[in-house]
Design a protein around this ligand. Structure first.
Ligand code: SAH
Length: 463
C-alpha cells in the first residue's frame, strides 16, 4: 500500500486551488461538499467558479498564485493544467506547509483524491494508486447501485441515537440492535418519513432491551479451497456476524479479511503436520467462547465434513449443550477437478469416486488397494504429499497400471495454483522434483482435459 487512506477534517480549514479551468471545477465540485474555507487563485475563472463566488461558497483571487497565498492551508490543489505552472505553485504550497495534489499527476502529488460514493455521513472512498482509474469507476458505479439512497439519512438519524443505544450492553446486543435498524426496521420506517424512523428507533430499542441475553452459537463453516469467491453466501453471512473466528492454518488470508472487523481471529491448527493446538484444546476453546454468549465461527478449509475432525468438535459442543449449525463448503477435490476441466464421474469410466486421505493420526492410511488398482478408478487423495511413495508402492503391488494418469493440484483455486501432471509409475519421483510447498490434492485416474490426448498417444506407443 503506497497511499494510506484517511478522512481529513476540513471544516473551517483552508483549501487553496490554483487554476480556474475544467480541472479546477471538477475538484471544486467535490470540495464544496465539505465545509472548508476554499480559495481559488487564478487570473481567469470558469463561469461556475464565478457563480460559486457570488453565492459566497468560495473566494477568488484573480491573479497568478504567489508566495503567501497558501499560508495556513491544509490542502493545496494545483489545477492549472500546465506542467510548469503547476510545478511552480506546488513548490510554493509545499514550502507553506500544505499537502499538495497536482491534478492528473500522481508523481508530483503528495496525496490523491479517491473516487467517492457519497451517502453522507457514509462515504466510501475508492483508490487504485493511480493504477486503474477505469476499475475505480466501475467499483464506484457498482456501489452507487448497491447502497440505498436512504443510507445517508438513516446513518444521520442513527448517529443522534447512539447515546440512547448505550442502554444496551456493549458488544453483541448493541450490534444486533444496529443491524436491525440499518437493514430492517430503519429502511421500513423510512418510507413514512424521518419522524417515523425516530419512532421506530425508540420501539426497536425497547424491544431489544426486553430481550434476554442470547446464548452463544457455533457455526462450523466451510471456508472452501482458498478463492474467496468460492465461499457460500451462508459462509459470508456467518463471517460477517462472527464474534470469534477459530480457523485452520490452511484458511487463506483473503478469506479471513471477510470476517467482521471487530471479530477476534484465532489460528487453531496446522493441517497435515498434526495440529499446533491439540484437538482437545480446540474443542475447549470453541465451547468456552460459545458459553460466554459469543457467535463462534469455526472456520475449516474446504468442506468441514471432509477430513476435518468435525465429529470430535461436534461432540464437544453437544456435550456442552451449545447450539450449532454446519455450513458446507467446496472441498479441495471439487476445486482441483474443476481446474483440470474434468468431471469427477464419467459415464463409462467411473461410476463412483473416493475421497481418501494419504495419512491419518496413526501414519500412512490403509485402503482397499485391490479395488483402487483397477483401471478407470478415480480417487481424490487428501494429505497425500508425503504419502506419495507409499501410495504408489501399494497400488503397483496390487497390479495397477503404471501408466495410470495422476495429477497433483497444488493451491487449488488460489492465485498460485500449480498443476503437476504425471503417471502412477512416476508419481513419487515427479512430486519430489516438483518441490511442492502449498496444500496438494492428488487425483488418481485423472489428467487435465488438454493432456488426455497426449497421454493416450504415449500409452499407444508403449504398447
Ligand atoms: N476439509 C478440507 C480438507 C482438509 S484436509 C476440504 O474439504 O478440502 C487438508 C488437505 O486438503 C490438504 O493436505 C490438501 O490435501 C487438501 N487441500 C486443502 N485445500 C487445498 C487446496 N487449495 N489445494 C489443494 N489441496 C488442498
Amino acid at each position: 500500500m503506497q497511499h494510506f487512506p484517511i478522512f481529513v477534517a476540513l471544516t473551517g480549514r483552508r483549501v487553496v486551488v490554483a487554476g480556474g479551468g475544467e480541472a479546477a471545477v471538477a475538484k471544486l465540485r467535490l470540495l464544496l461538499k465539505t465545509e472548508a474555507a476554499i480559495t481559488v487563485v487564478a487570473p481567469e475563472v470558469a463561469p461556475e467558479i464565478a457563480s460559486w463566488d457570488r453565492e459566497g461558497k468560495l473566494t477568488i483571487i484573480r491573479r497568478a498564485l504567489r508566495a503567501g497565498d497558501v499560508a495556513g492551508a491544509t490542502l493545496f490543489y494545483g489545477a492549472a493544467e500546465d506542467e510548469e505552472e503547476d510545478a511552480r505553485t506546488a513548490a510554493i504550497a509545499e514550502a507553506e506547509g500544505a499537502l499538495v495534489n497536482i491534478v492528473d499527476n500522481l508523481h508530483a502529488s503528495q496525496f490523491i483524491t479517491p473516487a467517492i460514493v457519497d451517502r453522507d455521513p457514509v462515504t466510501v472512498a475508492i483508490g487504485t494508486e493511480g493504477a486503474a482509474p477505469v476499475l475505480a469507476r466501475a467499483i464506484k458505479a457498482d456501489l452507487e447501485e448497491r447502497l440505498p439512497q436512504q443510507l445517508g439519512p438513516l446513518a444521520r438519524i442513527g448517529k443522534a441515537f447512539r447515546g440512547m443505544a448505550e442502554a444496551l450492553p456493549f458488544g453483541r446486543a448493541r450490534r444486533d440492535f444496529w443491524r436491525d435498524y440499518y437493514f430492517e426496521a430503519g429502511p421500513r420506517a423510512f418510507e413514512n418519513g424521518e419522524e417515523a424512523v425516530e419512532e421506530a428507533l425508540d420501539q426497536l430499542l425497547n424491544a431489544h432491551l426486553a430481550r434476554e441475553t442470547r446464548a452463544g452459537h457455533v457455526d462450523f463453516v466451510g471456508g472452501g479451497p482458498g478463492d474467496p469467491e468460492l465461499l457460500t453466501l451462508k459462509a459470508r453471512t456467518a463471517l460477517d456476524r462472527a464474534d470469534i473466528v477459530i480457523h485452520d492454518r490452511l484458511i487463506a488470508a483473503p478469506i479471513l479479511e471477510l470476517a467482521r472487523r471487530e471479530a477476534i481471529l484465532i489460528e487453531a491448527g496446522k493441517e497435515g503436520f498434526g495440529p499446533a493446538m491439540s484437538q482437545e484444546d480446540i474443542n475447549a476453546l470453541i465451547v468456552e467462547h460459545a458459553q460466554a454468549g459469543h457467535h463462534v465461527v469455526r472456520l475449516k478449509s474446504g468442506d468441514p465434513t471432509v477430513f476435518g475432525r468435525l465429529d470430535e468438535e461436534l461432540e464437544a459442543v453437544e456435550a456442552a449443550g451449545v447450539a450449532y449449525s454446519i455450513v458446507p463448503g467446496i472441498t479441495a477435490a471439487s476445486a482441483a477437478i474443476a481446474g483440470l476441466g474434468q468431471s469427477f464421474t464419467r459415464r463409462g469410466r467411473n461410476s463412483s469416486v473416493r475421497l481418501m486421505t494419504g495419512h491419518d493420526v496413526k501414519g500412512f492410511a490403509d485402503h482397499d488397494w485391490k479395488t483402487l488398482a483397477r483401471t478407470g478408478e478415480v480417487a481424490a487423495i487428501y494429505m497425500g504429499k508425503r504419502a506419495a511413495r507409499f501410495l504408489q508402492g501399494r497400488l503397483m503391488m496390487h497390479g495397477a497400471d503404471p501408466a495410470t494418469p495422476v495429477t497433483a493440484v497444488e493451491n487449488a483455486s488460489r492465485l498460485d495454483q500449480r498443476t503437476h501432471v504425471t503417471t502412477l509409475g512416476r508419481m513419487a519421483a515427479d512430486l519430489d522434483t516438483a518441490a511442492l510447498t502449498g496444500p496438494v490434492l492428488i487425483l488418481l485416474g485423472l489428467a487435465p482435459r488438454a493432456a488426455e490426448a497426449e497421454i493416450k498417444t504415449l500409452q499407444e506407443e508403449a504398447l
